[in-house]
Design a binder for this molecule. Structure first.
Ligand code: UD2
Length: 314
């Protein structure tokens, strides 16, 4: 019998991409744990016949323990994301991102799972003097969200060191792509850009728009998640999950306008509290140790994302 896999946050935009990747790569049984706080069952529509979906909160130990029993790998992506949300309302994100992650690790250990791959965040680096950001740098979290995600990494490492549960943490760098939900003010900036572009309205850039990000296409991240589970000898490690490039918001908005043949000058607002100025991943460790090989250039990723939004109701 094929091994069982579990994806927490599997109805989210990254989690559902991972579920599709696992199935495309031959997985037999995939279980999704999602409380649908920000995920949508519609994200799993194409694969629903091959997925066992549990509408469950990751803070529910008993439920997790049962779902995790018999699983080989767990990808823990469930979280309350967003830097500004964690500043505006820090209690829920603290509870889910720290206590929920602890609960996932405890249940995985008790259920004798082989390995947990954890979705960490590039926000843990904070502002660094040097780019690109490499795993050996001392973290400087600037927001509750960044700190919460870093605590999750430390817990992963401790579960490996103290309890023998294999874990691998991947610091996701601004993931974007189809199905990213643009409906909240806390939504990822590229999903908001897509919405504005297709509605022919101007987005608001916080600050001068020259902050930069290593925007990483969701399918590249999903493939790296799979490799992080399969690669032997990397338990307890943390890797950057980025593309290795860097674009400012002004540059991306200009590219998108050009693709659509429109002119929509952006609006500018005050800078956002807790915002990191520049972000770019050193991908050497992920490439050499996990075989990370991003396939999507920025332009390809933007084009396929735009094509999806054009056909979706947003
Ligand atoms: C952080 C992490 C990212 C991931 C994410 C999850 C960094 C560098 N990245 O993303 O890895 O964990 O959190 O939530 O910390 N912006 C605008 N206008 C808008 C919305 C956003 O200008 O309407 C700006 C925002 O101020 C920021 C950039 O766009 O400079 C990206 O914002 P975001 O919310 O998409 O993601 P970010 O970088 O906080």
């Amino acid at each position: 019998m094929k091994p069982k896999f579990v994806v927490t946050g599997g109805a989210g935009f990254i989690g559902s991409a991972l579920v599709r990747t696992l199935l495309a790569e031959g997985a037999g049984r995939v279980a999704v744990v999602d409380n649908l706080a920000s995920g949508h069952l519609a994200n799993l529509e194409q694969v629903q016949d091959h997925v066992e979906t549990h509408v469950t909160d990751i803070r529910d130990y008993d439920e997790l323990r049962e779902i995790f029993t018999g699983a080989q790998f767990i990808w823990h992506l469930a979280a309350i994301p967003s830097v500004p949300r964690s500043i505006a309302d820090p209690v829920p994100s603290h509870d889910v991102n720290i206590n929920g992650t602890f609960n996932v690790l405890r249940a995985a250990h008790d259920a004798k799972v082989e390995r947990v791959v954890y979705a960490a965040s590039s926000s843990a680096y904070g502002d660094t003097e040097v780019l690109p950001k490499i795993e050996s740098m001392t973290p400087h979290p600037k927001s509750p969200y960044a700190l919460q995600k870093l605590v999750g990494e430390y817990y992963c490492n401790l579960f490996t060191e103290n309890f023998g549960l294999e874990t691998v943490a991947l610091r996701f760098f601004n993931v974007y792509g189809p199905r990213q939900d643009p409906s909240s003010p806390y939504s990822g900036v590229l999903s908001l850009f897509m919405k504005h572009l297709l509605a022919r309205t101007s987005p608001t850039l916080f600050g001068d728009g020259n902050q930069s990000r290593d925007f990483t296409y969701v399918e590249d991240v999903a493939m790296l998640c799979l490799k992080a589970a399969r690669t032997p000898g990397v338990a307890g490690r943390m890797y950057n999950a980025g593309n290795g490039g860097r674009y400012t918001l002004n540059e991306i908005w200009a590219m998108l306008q050009q693709m659509e043949g429109v002119s929509l000058p952006p609006l500018y607002g005050p800078p956002r509290a807790g915002d990191v100025r520049d972000s770019q991943a050193d991908t050497t460790a992920a490439a050499t140790e996990l075989g990370h090989a991003p396939r999507f250039t920025m332009e390809q990723g933007l084009r396929s994302t735009l094509a999806w939004y054009r056909n979706a109701t947003v």
